[in-house]
Design a protein around this ligand. Sequence first.
Ligand code: G6P
Length: 354
Amino acid sequence: DAGKSGYDHYMLKEIYEQPQAIRKCLRERVNEMEGTITVDDLADLESSGPVQFVACGTSYHAALYGAQLLRERGIPAQCFLASEYDVDSIPVSEETLVVGVTQSGETADTMSALRGANRVGATTVALTNVVGSSAARECDHAMYIRAGPEIGVAATKTFASQQVALALFSSVISGECSQAFVEALRDLPDQVQSVLDNSTAREVAQTYEDADAYFFIGRGYNAPVALEGALKMKEITYKHAEGFAAGELKHGPLALVTDRTPVFAMVSDDGTAAKTLGNVKEVEARDAPVVAVTDSRETVDQYADFVLEVPETHPVLMPILANIQLQLVSYWIANRLGRSIDKPRNLAKSVTVE
Ligand code: G6P
């Protein structure tokens, strides 16, 4: 228990370590004076072709975000579940840059995908937390996310560090970096701290711990966070949870929405808010409680039963802040239900079988 530093669970400790983890990920990589980003880990990397991400679980959600970042910067990028990479006919060649996003660097499915990419002569990169891991050793390049050891089976701080590392990675690969982005990265650790200090997630957990199921919706950069919010909820509360790109709600999941299924909606003031609010109104009309996670309280106030606020930041970084609120909601529901939070049933920290 000494390792928990007074927290009841490693997971909560690791949630609270996120400001520090992000600071470490950024250290000596972001130059505020010059408005530049450099990653020494990638100094020898040359890439001008398409990028493919392979990953599993939470790392897959980070990888989805990484692919979005690259596409926005004009680089063709796709994201694959590592376990599907060799069963699907994926066009990978010597021109392709294949990035394995894996906290442990040992996940069997991800390693198998990376080895397949190595065999065809693609350039491979491991984006990992563990120096000397299989992924770091076997890939051509390794970029470290520097989150520090994570004990809780459910990934928390490593996800935040992966998101930040991918934001840096996308700048390095595209050569695009604005002063506004650099400043937003500089401010991010303090903003994460302010979310941790001011969150009312515990109240949300108390109100909805008995719900039948939980749904998570988000658009654009917030869509991967919707998936991650649902995964975290399933992993540690054992309750039914699903995440969707907000627009998909009406194509099926809406049939499951009742007054006993809270819907967590990520609403970002980045041009996607109006459409996401449309989806919020759809669930409200079915009497579902709405919890909005937002950087724009005035936009959602009248539609939401609860508002979990995050500070305003660069639109690309908002999902990192939103996810902290979702981690806290899941943690506090699992805590109230007395679950085995650090070691959920049937799950392992690192899965070394395919
Ligand atoms: C396991 C863990 C997940 C993790 C996934 C991928 O399933 O329980 O939390 O996201 O493996 O792990 P990796 O080490 O490759 O990021």
